[in-house]
Design a protein around this ligand. Structure first.
Ligand code: JBE
Length: 268
């Protein structure tokens, strides 16, 4: 995968040299390039922002500098690179975007080329998204309902979620498909607790069933714990469970757990 990131803070992306993503870059599985937006600003102060039309607080990122930056990155990549003359999918992290999910991470992991445009301040002049929307697939994406200082950390989050799905990036090929939110048997449930040696630590015992060697009982216990945690921490996921995917034991456990919840806890 080819990955370009445009930001006024390229230093934010030092973590891309580390761990799984760092190794994927060394091996060439991931060709990641970080660009300084100000390289395409022409005035002496390398200005990238201006006051918002219509008034209001904060500053808005200027369209001209973004246009030149995005054009240059697209043109620099298409003639010869691994992208085969194609164009990138443009991703703009913003709290007003559609939610980033594991499903979207999987979709993006299948793309040959992604370009992340990291806005600061109150965001990027909306005409930039309109302009590239006529030529590229443009996605405004939010990683969650909180306000970050800019798109950089959201980009890191998405790149990590996408990067670990690339073929050959995870050491254990099964790790990615077992994830709580990956499609499959455990979709819509969060994972239960995990344990390793020693069997007793500071007086806390590992649940004996996990030491029993009884695979069926272990699987049942893990599913019970996943259901308990989902009800406790993610009532909206529990409420959305498809009864068709639940066995008798699941339903009995959920009924037991539901008695402990007030109706307002179950609403969203
Ligand atoms: O989620 N996001 O992509 C964001 C981007 C910029 C600021 N806050 C966010 N939550």
């Amino acid at each position: 995968m080819r990955l370009d990131i445009i930001s006024i803070f390229p230093e934010y992306f030092a973590p891309l040299d580390v761990s799984l993503i760092g190794k994927a870059r060394e091996r060439g599985t991931l060709d990641a390039r970080v660009h300084q937006l100000r390289d395409w600003a022409h005035d002496v102060h390398k200005t990238v922002d201006d006051t918002p039309y219509g008034g209001g607080p904060g500053m808005v990122m200027k369209p001209e500098v973004w246009g030149e930056a995005i054009d240059a990155v697209i043109e620099g990549g298409s003639p010869t690179g691994v992208t085969g003359g194609g164009s990138p999918r443009l991703i703009v992290p913003t709290p007003s975007g559609r939610p980033f999910t594991q499903e979207l991470a999987q979709e993006l992991a299948a793309e040959p080329w992604l370009l992340f445009a990291c806005g600061r301040y109150e965001g990027i002049d909306s005409r930039v998204m309109a302009e590239y929307g006529t030529r590229l697939r443009v996605d405004e994406i939010s990683i969650g309902d909180y306000v970050l200082a800019g798109g950089e950390v959201a980009t890191l989050v998405m790149v990590e979620a996408i990067g670990r799905l690339l073929p050959g990036v995870l050491g254990n090929a099964h790790s990615a498909v077992d994830d709580s939110f990956a499609p499959g048997a455990m979709r819509n449930l969060v994972e239960g607790p995990v344990f390793t040696k020693p069997p007793v630590w500071r007086g806390h015992e590992v649940p004996p069933v996990l030491l029993s060697g009884h695979h069926g009982k272990v699987a049942r216990w893990r599913r019970d714990e996943a259901l308990r945690r989902t009800v406790a921490n993610r009532p909206e996921l529990a409420a959305a469970l498809d009864p068709e995917t639940l066995d008798k034991h699941d339903r009995r456990l959920l009924e037991e757990l539901s008695f402990r919840f007030q109706p307002e806890d179950m609403a969203n």
